[in-house]
Design a protein around this ligand. Sequence first.
Ligand code: NDP
Ligand SMILES: O=C(O)C(=O)[C@@H](O)[C@H](O)C(=O)CO
Length: 277
Amino acid sequence: MPQIPTVTLNDGTSFAELGLGTYNLRGEDGIAAIVAAIESGYRLLDTAVNYENEREVGEAVRRSGLDRDALLVTSKIPGRHHGYNEAIASIEGSLATLGLDRIDLQLIHWPNPSVGKYVDTWRGMIEARERGLVRSIGVSNFTEAMLTELADETGVTPAVNQVELHPYFPQDALRAFHTAHGIRTESWSPLARRSELLTEQILIELAEIHAVTPTQIVLRWHVEIGSTPIPKSADVERQRENADVFGFSLTDEQVVAISALERGRLWGGDPNTHEEM
Ligand SMILES: NC(=O)C1=CN([C@@H]2O[C@H](COP(=O)(O)OP(=O)(O)OC[C@H]3O[C@@H](n4cnc5c(N)ncnc54)[C@H](OP(=O)(O)O)[C@@H]3O)[C@@H](O)[C@H]2O)C=CC1
Ligand SMILES: O=C(O)C(=O)[C@@H](O)[C@H](O)C(=O)CO
């Protein structure tokens, strides 16, 4: 398995071009699945307070036997922890549950605009970074206007915005905004949660041309558009398949053909209205 390449974030730290989603990976089976992924070359692990599996992720980091600095752990502050002091307490809680002394990338999980506290939350995260509790700070599910507000109010631009992104929802305008402002895009549900996406004719045709699977075509598309996908799989063979996308490339025309599958958001998670506590 080739090494997963890295990119540099706007704060100068290194970030993986592909990582592991861990939603629903829990208990001993979850730990075993995460350790298996690390053994297959994954270095970026994506968790959240709301996944109720930070303990498992921390345990997998320890069981992997890898140097702590070789791994990147992301966690996320839930809506019920928004606020300056609450954000710092949330991060301290995540560190305790993970059993780690640093989170590599801390995100605000959802902006929850009706609560009106994401700027305060962001200020708390800036403080947490200054205290060394977290290394990089970013957001998830933020719109262009919300990203602009954070930067204007605090002078600190998020390093990452993790958003719904897959060929059915390529997010061209938001990605262009990220590029213009030095924000790394990260794709959640990059496989569209194994929906009918993987049976689309264009993906089957491209898979034949490149002698890979339709899933690998989708994940390579994320790499080509400059976004870090975090596919979740509990199965070691599928984890290996998903990470093995750095030995071929797509042409510009092939990328455009995949993006033409666009339909829009799949699960109604509009950041302007979706509230998640
Ligand atoms: N910030 C946010 O608001 C959100 C963040 N996320 C993050 O993004 C991660 C990924 O998103 P997720 O919603 O899990 O969906 P994904 O798009 O990663 O799809 C996961 C599904 O695809 C299956 N799968 C994985 N690999 C393959 C393969 N090679 N072939 C066929 N099926 C496959 C998995 O099954 P199996 O496990 O059996 O392989 C699982 O059913 C989450 O785990 C979470 O970490 C997700 C949603 C929102
Ligand atoms: O998995 C996550 O991180 C989530 O935030 C999900 O709950 C996500 O919000 C979702 O499924 C939206 O429909």
